[in-house]
Ligand binder design. Structure first.
Ligand code: AMP
Length: 290
């Protein structure tokens, strides 16, 4: 990884962050925004690099957003590693990190929320009520604080991207949403900050997620069009692992996120599975003949 020539700026004040970005824009620079919750890994770095290649000033945000965690979830335990994050940002050519604290983002009395209709209900919305309202609200705020030309998100969080695209369209945010492919470990497990919750045995078993997506693809290529049957084969495969607890496995329309019966065009196979303390998600867009 190339060390960036310029000094990384670490800003926690939202007015200062906005001022810095507006100054860069005024001098004709294109701004790329990469929202994260920190504990950065190679997946996040791939977003920074894509932003680096397409824009002039890369702004990463690091904020563990309390309102997107449901009661009983891992908000307190979520790993916070600012020192290591700084190194990854430096190495990936990030120019500015905006890392506010909770009071900076949600001062006393803040109560406005952004809700993106029915797209928030299926898939992760079912198991994590209120999660996407929290995501849409914080990203809307970040779009105002960091007026970017393009914002970069990972395909791993497919439903998040779908919801944010809708929000951008509905609320006329002047920002282009860019989606980057999921970065995986060599055995196929999608990189995630939550992988560190896995024990050695759970980590070994978690490779079943990617393999279940590959099974779905193989069945589709063999001519199986019945989504229920494919879904059941995926569940059966995942359940060969004794530490796996399935939250959901679904085959849905990639646009509406509603379940499909007979697979004619592209579909999204999406899943969330718990291994011990870790709730892992993964997905693949599948199409016959690919
Ligand atoms: P997070 O810090 O988990 O909220 O993720 C911040 C951004 O990084 C989101 O847009 C994620 O979709 C993206 N991301 C997380 N893991 C990966 C990965 N393995 N590959 C690509 N992007 C990722």
């Amino acid at each position: 990884m190339k060390e960036s020539a310029k000094e990384l700026r670490w800003i926690s004040d939202k007015r200062e962050a906005r001022r810095s970005v507006l100054e860069a824009r005024a001098s004709g620079k294109r701004i790329g925004l990469v929202p994260t919750m920190g504990n950065l890994h190679v997946g996040h770095a791939s977003l920074f690099r894509q932003a680096r290649g397409e824009t002039d000033v890369v702004v990463a945000t690091i904020f563990v957003n309390p309102i997107q965690f449901c009661p009983g979830e891992d908000f307190e335990a979520y790993p916070r590693t600012p020192k290591e994050d700084r190194e990854i940002c430096n190495a990936a050519g990030v120019d500015i990190v905006f890392a506010p604290d909770v009071a900076e983002m949600y001062p006393t009395g803040a109560c406005t929320r952004v809700q993106v209709g029915e797209l928030e209900e299926p898939l992760c919305g079912g198991n994590r009520p209120g999660h996407f309202v929290g995501v849409a609200t914080v990203v809307a705020k970040l779009f105002h604080i960091i007026p970017a030309d393009a914002a970069y998100f990972g395909a791993k969080d497919y439903q998040q991207v779908r919801i944010l695209r809708q929000m951008v369209e509905d609320l006329d945010f002047p920002v282009e949403i860019r989606v980057c492919p999921t970065v995986r470990e060599s055995d196929g497990l999608a990189m995630s900050s939550r992988n560190r919750y896995l024990s050695q045995e759970e980590r070994r078993q978690a490779t079943i997620l990617k393999r279940s997506l590959e099974l779905a693809d193989a069945l589709l290529q063999q001519g199986e069009k019945n989504a229920t049957r494919i879904r059941q084969r995926m569940v059966d495969l995942i359940q060969t692992m004794n530490r796996a607890e399935v939250d959901y496995v679904e085959i849905v329309d990639p646009d509406s996120l509603q379940g499909v019966q007979s697979i004619e065009g592209p579909v999204l196979a999406a899943l969330a599975v718990r291994f011990g303390k870790a709730r892992l998600i993964d997905n693949a867009v599948l199409q016959r003949g690919q």
